[in-house]
Design a protein. Structure first.
Length: 340
């Protein structure tokens, strides 16, 4: 009973720490994202920078001549008062749910409420994230078990897990896009969706494969290491001496003790997977929350960037907290995610 109480107290402490980090990270995100609101522009618009296609002879190359300094131009400055006003208006609009956006997927310049659009985009991202975790963990479990097989099986499982960690996501995505383009040109078969017009169909297979590589590799490496250590314990030799079938030795004894150890790497696995989702969504025509962030940056929409940043902060904290909780509950030797 005392051990359970201490473990629960440790978990509460871990969640309190993460809530504090959430407040701090959310504050930093809003302050940084809203910096453009403090920019003040004065003056009149003129031709920016230079005049092109200037030459005195047909045998000379075009040269660039600067615009006359007396012809005017825009002057940029930064105002703390405007910056504070922009943050205040953003927080007020966020609290009231009145934030709008006029440049979103497939909407041209139609003004739409922002929060419902972000909710829909987050759900698409969450479906991709959850599907990638399920596929990656299942494949990782299968690869991790190969450590109990022959030398060739162990080498194959280790090689796949190392490649999964070392190969960049964007390289795998680009290769997948090239493969489906080649297949479509030569055989008229499109294996999966590639980059297309904004607001068009969302690709699923390629981003799912690309995003599931990381959890697969992490799970395989952690499980194989834990299984290798568990199979050398005394209780395994005792079970074999009693005549317990090898299948039951692995499933009932080794796997039961190896899985809690493998859970130690789950927080890092979730964080790396979530970080990779931004790149995967942008490169695979999957218009979720990651692509929305890039769109907000491209069209200079600080309120969009700040809102998506807050969503990512909350998502990180919740996923990390759930991972630590699951790890502590699965391993009685852990209190709040740390070894006692």
């Amino acid at each position: 009973m005392l051990r359970r109480w201490l473990r629960g107290l440790g978990l509460l402490r871990e969640w309190g720490l993460r809530l504090g980090l959430l407040v701090l990270s959310a504050t930093i995100v809003v302050l940084v994202a809203m910096l453009p609101e403090g920019v003040v522009v004065t003056g009149e618009f003129t031709v920016s920078g230079s005049l092109g296609e200037v030459r005195t002879s047909t045998t000379e190359k075009f040269r660039v001549e600067p615009v006359d300094a007396d012809s005017g131009g825009l002057v940029y400055g930064w105002s703390l008062a405007e910056y504070r006003r922009g943050i205040g208006e953003y927080l007020m609009g966020l609290a009231r749910g009145t934030l709008t956006v006029d440049k979103w997927y497939g909407t041209a310049f139609t003004v739409l409420p922002l929060l419902p659009l972000l909710k829909e985009a987050w759900w698409y991202s969450f479906e991709l994230f959850a599907g990638a975790l399920v596929v990656g963990i299942v494949l990782g479990l299968l690869l991790g078990v190969l450590v109990l097989g022959s030398r060739g099986a162990r080498a194959f499982g280790a090689g796949v897990s190392v490649l999964g960690v070392s190969v960049p996501d964007f390289l795998l995505i680009l290769l997948g896009q090239q493969l489906t383009i080649w297949s479509y040109r030569n055989f008229g078969v499109r294996l999966w969706s590639v980059l297309g017009v904004q607001g068009g169909e969302r690709g699923w297979l390629l981003p799912l494969v690309a995003l599931s590589i990381i959890p697969m590799a992490y799970t395989a490496r952690l499980l194989s290491t834990a299984l290798d250590e568990a199979m050398r314990e005394d209780y395994i030799r005792t079970a074999r001496a009693k005549g317990v079938p090898e299948v039951w030795v692995v499933l009932k004894h080794a796997m039961r003790n190896a899985l809690p150890r493998a859970l130690n790497g789950m927080p890092a696995m979730l964080n790396v997977t979530l970080s990779s989702q931004l790149v995967v969504e942008v490169l695979t025509n999957h218009y979720g929350i990651g692509s929305g962030l890039m769109r907000g940056l491209s069209y200079s929409q600080p309120h969009v960037v700040a809102s998506i940043g807050l969503i990512f902060c909350l998502w990180f904290v919740v996923m990390d907290g759930l991972a630590v909780t699951l790890r502590a509950l699965a391993n009685p030797q852990l209190k709040g995610g740390e070894a006692s």
